[in-house]
Ligand binder design. Structure first.
Ligand SMILES: C[S@@+](CC[C@H](N)C(=O)[O-])C[C@H]1O[C@@H](n2cnc3c(N)ncnc32)[C@H](O)[C@@H]1O
Length: 212
């Protein structure tokens, strides 16, 4: 008997941004796989399998295997699973383990990028939306950074390094930048400054950068 996999977006972090669909899906699942932080958002959850970043792949494989064995499994992803989330990885593992694609359902979540756009009052259909998370494609920002649209991005490395990269590649030092850090958490911070100032500031890894 084949089970079912739900890839569930949990929003940017606060339970206020969890959807009812996410809550109901987790409640009805036999197993829930995710980071401790993600699992802790749910009150009604049966068997949990927590992972840290180092063992992410093995734990996701374990989740897919449980679905192959006939269980209903929720795999939690920060924000939306389809934006720098676990969607592609779970699809690849399911393919490897011959789990049928028609038994996989994605439950969308509110992306941190959407929340950053909302906080900054940006109509993001006309923005350069980019992710450099876990990638080495930082150069891809250069062809668009001066195209007249606001750029909203998940940084690849430290925010200050990304700002310095832009300065080194000729972007004006007084360019307006907003850094949205730990959105929806009690210690959320939204900092507006010049590119030069951002290149000299420290932020955690949990940031969205907006470049005007
Ligand atoms: C693995 S990616 C996940 C992105 C997620 N799928 C989404 O749609 O927001 C993790 C990165 O997303 C960004 N991020 C996630 N949650 C955030 C939050 N609450 N505030 C600011 N940035 C956040 C940070 O850049 C973080 O390094």
């Amino acid at each position: 008997m084949t089970g079912k996999i739900y890839i569930v977006g949990i929003g940017p972090g606060s339970s206020e941004y969890l959807t009812k669909k996410a809550i109901d899906t987790v409640k009805a699942s036999d197993y829930t796989v995710g980071s401790t932080r993600a699992i802790d958002l749910f009150d009604d959850v049966k068997n949990t399998i927590a992972f840290n970043v180092k063992e992410l792949l093995d734990t996701l494989r374990q989740g897919v295997q449980l679905a192959c064995d006939g269980n209903v499994v929720s795999i939690l992803s920060t924000g939306d699973p389809g934006f720098s989330g676990v969607l592609n990885t779970v699809l690849r593992l399911s393919d490897e383990l011959d789990f049928p694609k028609e038994n996989i359902e994605v439950v969308p979540g509110i992306s941190s990028l959407q929340l950053a756009a909302a906080k900054c009052h940006i109509q993001w259909d006309n923005a350069n939306v980019m992710t450099f998370h876990g990638r080495e494609n930082i150069e891809d920002i250069l062809p668009v950074i001066n195209n007249g649209k606001v750029t909203i991005a998940l940084p690849s490395r430290k925010v200050k390094d990304m700002a310095q990269f832009l300065l080194d590649n000729g972007v004006e030092a007084d360019r307006r930048v907003v850094v949205c850090e730990r959105l929806s958490y009690p210690d959320e911070k939204i900092v507006e400054a010049t590119l030069k100032d951002i290149a000299q500031s420290e932020f955690t890894y949990m940031c969205i950068i907006v470049i005007y």
